[in-house]
Design a protein around this ligand. Structure first.
Ligand code: PGA
Length: 258
């Protein structure tokens, strides 16, 4: 069974004091979620400090840190960028290809592909974002074409270990999420293009009221949450919901396979 994964993308938010408060609040509850991985993605400047309390203590095996982006090169004259060697010291995951990177900072699909390969080379787990700009006929086909292009050259093991976040651009930060059924239809195609082991997340205006609907879908293994990941109580309740569903699924699976 695929463990659920709830990732919080804090984007460019929170002072250091607030980042400590939020991460500390998640840490307090982290051990109660046995069937769910949690990945917090704070701004890069807070990663080193937070890692001292999380991944470096090894106290919370299912609580991880993720970077929101990285360069594919190991070092060089790239002002303002962070390299995989740097990310690797303070985080286990990295979000790649987020639409805010591709739209606002003009990252190309080719660049995202380079970052993806670089993440694997450096043993950083990529959370690869993919999604259509507008909901029009044929958008699922375009998503899968782009995904296939990005996956070309990856090994079976790499594809299996990948986390793909389906994030329709029209749903990000708009308060207008996809329906769970539509997200499942896309996730099903992503599953076909990847593997039974690949983790597929939904992201885009996820909140406490709609999270369960997505988590109940057969091919959706978790969520990539922006705005709501900054609200400690809502975020924890969503993690609890994911964990409860994972326990239910495991029980059902156990009964079927025995
Ligand atoms: P949102 O952002 O939950 O605020 O819509 C999601 C994301 O950008 O990953």
């Amino acid at each position: 069974m695929r463990k659920k994964l709830i990732a919080g993308n804090w984007k460019m938010n929170l002072t250091l004091a607030d980042a400590y408060l939020l991460a500390g609040g998640v840490m307090k509850e982290a051990e109660s979620f046995d069937h769910t991985k949690i990945v917090l993605c704070p701004p890069a400047v807070w990663l080193g400090l937070l890692s001292e309390h999380t991944i470096h203590t090894k106290q919370f095996p299912d609580l991880h840190l993720g970077a929101q982006n990285m360069h594919f090169k190991e070092s060089g004259a790239y002002t303002g960028e962070i390299s995989p060697l740097m990310v690797k010291e303070v985080a286990e995951y990295v979000i790649l290809g987020h639409s805010e990177r591709t739209h606002l900072f003009k990252e190309s699909v080719a660049m995202v592909g380079e970052k993806l390969r670089s993440a694997f080379e450096h043993q950083i787990s990529p959370i690869l974002c993919i999604g259509e700009d507008e909901k029009v006929d044929g958008s699922i086909r375009l998503i899968i074409q782009r995904l296939n292009h990005l996956l070309a050259g990856l090994s079976t093991e790499q594809v299996e270990s990948l986390v793909v976040a389906y994030e329709p651009v029209w749903a990000i930060g708009t308060g207008n999420p996809a329906t769970p059924e539509y997200a499942q239809a896309v996730a099903e195609e992503i599953r076909r293009a990847t593997s039974v082991k690949t983790r597929i997340l939904y992201g885009g205006s996820v909140d406490l009221a709609n999270a369960k609907g997505f988590l109940e879908q057969a091919d959706i293994d978790g969520l990539l949450i922006g705005g709501t990941s900054l609200k400690l109580n809502d975020f924890l309740k969503i993690c609890k919901c994911a964990d409860d569903l994972a326990i239910e699924n495991n029980t059902r699976y156990y009964k079927i396979s025995n």
